[in-house]
Design a protein around this ligand. Structure first.
Ligand SMILES: C[S@@+](CC[C@H](N)C(=O)[O-])C[C@H]1O[C@@H](n2cnc3c(N)ncnc32)[C@H](O)[C@@H]1O
Length: 227
């Protein structure tokens, strides 16, 4: 297949958002390192995805890998897709001391350019990364391309600008110019819109909602999962 036959191989994509590059982004992420290392939301998302031994699953914008290590520990093979070199380096080191490290495959890529073959993935998830996507419609098309028929999807973005979010005040202090549609310069994705894009990409059983995940108000889009 040539680079021009499907959107995943378009060279304009695959490097993530420009705000995720460089020293400023690295310093911003280091400030969030504790919750990027381990988070209740990632644990809840992996529970929803329910990766099974022998499955091939994919975490979009895996970051430092809280979801990746949890899913690999369940026996699934996890493709950790991450555009930011700093994040890939951290996860590469973290992988070394995971008992399930042979089940963790770290790949450079982005939502808009998933490094996976057509219909090769049993389940896809993404935590707190949809609002970073340069082109979320293309991201939805890519999910539809790589997902096998009947595969599962869980996409969650916490809404830190909702006053009921436990980190609302701290987030407000750090990002005083944010409003409900913008998080530190990124644009929140509308759940219904993402649901429609996934359906258009051929994904079945899609549900979109705004609800809590691990007690945190979130934009949630799922396919093929219950709960
Ligand atoms: C707030 S972090 C979340 C990381 C991880 N999912 C977690 O829950 O800890 C956002 C991540 O999205 C990644 N990212 C940025 N642009 C992206 C894109 N277009 N596609 C996929 N991931 C992207 C960033 O590099 C970063 O690792």
């Amino acid at each position: 297949m040539s680079d021009h036959e499907h959107p995943g191989h378009d060279h304009r994509y695959g490097h993530g958002h420009e705000r995720d590059r460089g020293l400023v982004a690295m310093v911003r992420y280091l400030g969030h390192a504790p919750e990027m290392w381990w988070s209740d939301v990632n644990t809840a998302v992996v529970d929803l995805v329910s990766p099974q031994a022998g499955e091939q699953v994919l975490d979009i914008g895996a970051g430092m890998g809280p979801g990746v290590v949890a899913a690999a520990a369940r026996g699934a093979t996890v493709v950790a897709v991450e555009p930011t070199p700093f994040m890939r380096r951290v996860l590469t080191v973290r992988r070394l001391w995971q008992r399930a490290r042979s089940h963790i495959d770290i790949r450079s890529g982005a939502a808009e350019k998933l490094p996976a073959d057509d219909a090769s993935i049993d389940a896809v998830w993404a935590v707190n990364t949809m609002h970073h996507w340069v082109d979320p419609e293309r991201g939805a098309a890519e999910i539809g391309r790589v997902l096998r028929t009947g595969g599962r999807v869980v996409l969650v973005d916490e809404n830190f600008t909702d006053p009921s979010h436990p980190d609302y005040e701290e987030f407000g202090r750090r990002h005083s110019s944010d409003d409900e549609n913008h998080h530190h310069g990124f644009t929140m994705v509308d759940a219904e819109q993402m649901g429609d894009w996934l359906r258009a990409a051929g994904v079945a059983d899609v549900e979109a909602s705004v609800r809590t995940v691990a007690g945190r108000p979130s934009t949630v889009v799922t396919a093929g999962v219950t709960g």
